[in-house]
Design a protein around this ligand. Structure first.
Ligand SMILES: [Fe+2]
Length: 173
């Protein structure tokens, strides 16, 4: 990631640069080690913890990570009990959520995922860097979703116009 020059955009440059600078000291997380996700994904998907195990900060109420994906990488469908929000810091990617239309997110855009709502993402010509937060159920790691049809048909979806609870964004409590 340190050599990445394609993380364009404007509204979060200071945060992007701070994450790039922290990458050298960060404890990078092999989220999908031991699964069948494939070596290419393991080699190219980047994630380190900011709040939680291996991160610089602790909270009993939330977890937070920096996630990086280089161009042309597919992140398979997966799900987890924790509620999640992605904030795109730089670059862009196609975000997919069960029960929702796929959408391309750019810097400043967010994607929220309800508990166990399957989601996936894919980069095209550009990489993406995202700030990712979890609340509730964050002791269970993500699982790859083998079959969308095997999951409950009605997945609770956070309406697009509803912002995440701001109190969940405060760490250290
Ligand atoms: Fe997720």
């Amino acid at each position: 990631m340190a050599a990445e020059t394609g993380l364009y955009d404007g509204c979060n440059d200071a945060l992007r640069d701070a994450f790039l600078a922290a990458g050298g000291q960060a404890l990078w997380h092999e989220t999908y080690k031991g699964t069948d996700i494939g070596q290419d994904f393991m080699d190219r998907f980047g994630c380190f913890c900011l709040i939680g195990e291996g991160g610089a900060f602790h909270s009993d109420r939330m977890r937070a990570w920096m996630v990086y994906m280089p161009p042309h990488l597919h992140y398979r469908w997966h799900h987890h009990p924790a509620e999640e929000m992605y904030l795109t810091v730089a670059g862009d990617a196609l975000f997919m959520r069960a029960g929702c239309e796929p959408e391309v997110l750019y810097a400043g855009d967010t994607s929220t995922h309800a508990s166990n709502q399957p989601h996936a993402m894919e980069t095209g010509a550009h990489p993406i860097m995202a700030y990712v937060i979890w609340r509730n159920g964050f002791d269970m790691p993500p699982k790859l979703t083998d079959s969308l049809s095997a999951l409950p048909e009605t997945v609770p979806v956070i309406p697009a116009e509803v912002s995440p609870d701001p109190s969940a964004l405060r760490g250290g409590q």
